[in-house]
Design a protein around this ligand. Structure first.
Ligand code: MET
Ligand SMILES: [Zn+2]
Length: 321
């Protein structure tokens, strides 16, 4: 399924029954499976060394109930690849590969779901047909620096909107043409980077939608100290943006942050984490998932909770090819 517009997302949400489930931590889950991500490329290292493991984790999240899986490109940058002696062409192929791996997991899930619906005796794979989107992850410039500045948002005086646009430009172009349904700008630490993303999407006429997700340490501001309301307004003013969210942030701050984001917009330990989900939905969230240290179990619990909220609908409308 594709997602071209805000209407496309509304449609997707309707097909999901009003709320959609996003995956949980990818990198931390890869580590839990034994991957060594102590590398400037972090999870993108596995795009080179263990794509099968990434596919497996995507599949675990789909089986746990996720409707949106996010590619392993968070810390995959052409500049980071180049530092490892990987050419621009090979780097671009790796960016595409990260999205293909997620698409492969979706295909495997869909095949298994089709098979289990044909084979009622097969109790083992009780997989539901459901809408699934693949989001191409874009981590911040600070994530590329791998020096912690993705959590401070302090880039120094030399870095300007133009620097950030030039840094992200080619990667965003490549990911937009990789087969992904949308781009997920994750862990955005300051408003300058949000501005760079917004301008880039418009200048490059990126033809898939995007969501901007920010990270906060205090529940009021993004990590740099910029106001989350101002960051959300920047996102809101970009026509390709279909969602504004929060990731990699303590759950106790999220309800307040959603309320702040709502002001700027006109639209839009496991048990502990999940116990917040109802409040986030009441505060206006309709896409809910996890980030670092959340697992398929977290997502399973979120999915269960959201299915009780989801409006039941006839599947006949949903899967018309
Ligand atoms: C530091 S936030 C990381 C987000 C990314 N989608 C991951 O789960 O690996
Ligand atoms: Zn995270």
């Amino acid at each position: 399924m594709g997602l071209k517009t805000v209407e496309g997302l509304t449609d997707f949400l309707r097909q999901c029954g009003g709320y959609a489930v996003i995956d949980g931590g990818l990198a931390t889950e890869l580590e839990r499976h034994g991957a060594d991500l102590n590398d400037p490329l972090w999870s993108a290292k596995c795009v080179i060394s263990s794509p099968h493991l990434i596919r497996r984790v995507h599949l675990d999240y789909l089986e746990a109930g996720a409707n949106i899986i996010i590619s392993a490109s968070y810390q995959a940058t052409l500049q980071g690849f180049e530092a490892k002696g990987i050419s621009k062409e090979e780097g671009e192929a790796l960016l595409k590969r990260s999205v293909e791996i997620a698409c492969e997991a979706r295909n495997i899930y869909n095949d298994r779901a089709a098979k289990s619906s044909w084979d009622d005796l097969d109790n083992e794979s009780n997989l539901k047909h459901k809408p699934i989107l693949v989001a191409a992850s874009v981590g911040s410039y600070g994530a590329y620096l791998a020096d912690g500045s993705e959590y401070s948002g302090i880039y120094g005086d030399a870095i300007m909107v133009k620097t950030l646009k030039d840094f992200h430009r080619r990667r965003v172009q490549v990911l937009a043409n990789s087969g992904a349904d949308l781009i997920a700008f994750e862990t955005t630490p300051n408003k300058m980077e949000a501005q760079a993303y917004a301008e880039l999407l418009e200048e490059e006429v990126i033809n898939i939608p995007a969501w901007f997700s920010f990270s906060s340490k205090d529940g009021t501001n993004v990590v740099s100290g910029d106001s989350v309301v101002e960051c959300a307004s920047i996102a809101e003013s970009c026509k390709q943006v279909v969602g504004i969210g929060i990731n990699c942030t303590p759950p106790r701050y999220i309800q307040g942050l959603i309320q702040s984001i709502r002001k700027a917009t006109t639209g839009v330990a496991e048990e502990d984490f999940v116990s917040y989900v109802d409040k986030w939905c009441d505060a206006g969230a309709s896409l809910v998932g996890g980030c670092c240290r959340t697992t398929p179990n977290t997502i399973r619990a979120i999915s269960k909770l959201l299915s009780s909220k989801q409006v039941s609908q006839g599947l006949a409308n949903i899967y018309v090819d």
